[in-house]
Design a protein around this ligand. Structure first.
Ligand code: DP6
Length: 328
C-alpha cells in the first residue's frame, strides 16, 4: 500500500478563456488561455494505491462517486501508474472547500489536486511543468491551477509542449467577487459545449482570430497592474466566447435571466465610478474583476439586488501545495 500526503489546489478563473480542443484525447487546446488562481475555493485530496482494491474509488466529501465522476480521475491515475510502473488500484479521497453549497466546485482545483496527490502517492517527484501537463490530461483548466496568481496555459502542439507557466504573482490590488445566480448542475458541460461550438459555430473562427491580440493586451495590462484594462479585456473576451455558443447547432447559452441582471449591476457600478468588469464560464454565475481594496464597498452596493449568500469575495490564491495538517 502506498499512502500519499494531502495536497491542496485552488481553483482558477480564466480572464482569457480556454474554449475548444485541437486534440480531444490529449486535451491540447485551440488557444492559449490566462487565469487568476483564487484563495476562496480549493480542493484537498489524498491518494492511496492499494493492491487489495479491485477498482479505483473516488470519495468526494465522504460520498462515494459513480463511474461518470471517475472518468477524468482515472485518466490521471492511469498516467501516474504508467509513469511509476505500478498496477495497484487507488482510493482517492477529496474534499471541496467552497463557501456555500453553490455548485462552484470546479474541475480545475479537483484535477490539479489529484495530479499532485496521485504523483506523490506513487513516489514520483514531478516538476511544476510535469504536474501541469498531468493535470491538463484530467481537465484543461486544471493545468493552470498548479500556479498561484496569474498563469498562462500555452497551447503547444503535443503532450510535451502543452502546459501552463506562471505569469505574475498577483500581489497587487486585484480581487474577484462571485455573484452566484444558480446552483443547479449545468445542462451543457464545458467539454460538450466547446466540442459543439468548434464543430458547428460559424463564429468560432472569429473567436480564434482576436485571441492573440487579447492575450498580449492583457499581459501588458497585468504588467502595469492596470485593473481597469485587465477587467475590460477579460469582459470582452468572455462575451466573445459566449457569443460562439449562440451560433452553434443546436444553439445554446449558459446565461440565465439572473446573469443578465448581474451584468446590469456591473454596468451600474461602472457608472458610479468603480472599475469593475465581469467574466463568465460554462454556467450562469457572474464573476466580477475589481480592486481588492473595493471588494467590501462593491459587495455592499450589490446587496441591493442580491442576497448575502449569493456574493462571495475572492482574492489571489496560491499554487499547488502539500498540506501538513488536515482537519477533516
Ligand atoms: C469556460 O477545463 O472544464 O471554464 O478540458 O474538457 O475538462 P475540459 O474543460 P474545462 O473547461 C473550462 C472552460 C472554461 C474556460 C476556462 O476555464 O478557461
Amino acid at each position: 500500500m502506498m499512502k500519499g500526503e494531502w495536497v491542496r489546489a485552488h481553483t482558477n478563473i480564466a480572464l482569457i478563456k480556454y474554449w475548444g480542443k485541437e486534440n480531444e484525447e490529449l486535451i491540447i487546446p485551440m488557444n492559449n488561455s490566462l487565469s487568476l488562481t483564487l484563495d476562496a475555493f480549493y480542493t484537498e485530496t489524498r491518494v492511496i494505491f492499494d493492491e487489495n482494491l479491485k477498482v479505483d474509488e473516488l470519495y468526494l466529501d465522504n460520498t462515494i462517486q459513480d463511474l461518470a465522476a471517475l472518468e477524468k480521475v482515472k485518466t490521471v491515475l492511469n498516467i501516474v501508474r504508467e509513469k511509476a510502473g505500478i498496477t495497484a488500484k487507488a482510493r482517492v479521497e477529496s474534499y471541496n472547500h467552497v463557501p456555500t453549497a453553490a455548485g462552484l466546485a470546479s474541475s480545475a482545483s479537483g484535477l490539479a489536486a489529484l495530479a499532485g496527490a496521485a504523483s506523490l502517492a506513487a513516489g514520483l517527484d514531478l516538476s511544476e511543468k510535469e504536474l501541469s501537463k498531468l493535470a491538463r490530461r484530467g481537465s484543461g483548466s486544471a493545468s493552470r491551477s498548479i500556479y498561484g496568481g496569474f498563469a498562462e496555459w500555452q497551447k503547444g502542439t503535443d503532450d510535451d509542449t502543452s502546459y501552463a507557466i506562471p505569469i505574475d504573482d498577483a500581489n497587487w490590488d486585484i480581487g474577484m467577487l462571485f455573484i452566484v445566480v444558480n446552483d443547479k448542475k449545468k445542462d451543457v458541460s464545458s467539454r460538450e459545449g466547446m466540442r459543439r461550438t468548434v464543430k458547428t459555430s460559424p463564429f468560432y473562427q472569429g473567436w480564434l482570430d482576436t485571441l492573440d491580440a487579447d492575450l498580449s493586451a492583457i499581459k501588458e495590462a497585468i504588467d502595469q497592474q492596470n485593473i481597469h484594462e485587465v477587467g475590460a479585456i477579460a469582459e470582452r473576451n468572455a462575451l466573445k466566447m459566449h457569443a460562439t455558443t449562440l451560433g452553434a447547432n443546436p444553439p445554446f447559452t449558459y446565461w440565465s435571466p439572473d446573469s443578465l441582471r448581474a451584468m446590469e449591476s456591473v454596468r451600474d457600478l461602472r457608472e458610479q465610478g468603480y472599475s469593475v468588469h465581469f467574466t463568465m464560464d460554462a454556467g450562469p454565475n457572474v464573476k466580477l474583476i475589481c480592486k481588492q481594496s473595493q471588494l467590501a464597498e462593491i459587495k455592499a452596493y450589490l446587496l441591493r439586488d442580491f442576497s448575502e449568500s449569493q456574493l462571495i469575495e475572492a482574492r489571489p490564491g496560491p499554487g499547488l501545495h502539500v498540506v501538513s495538517e488536515f482537519s477533516k
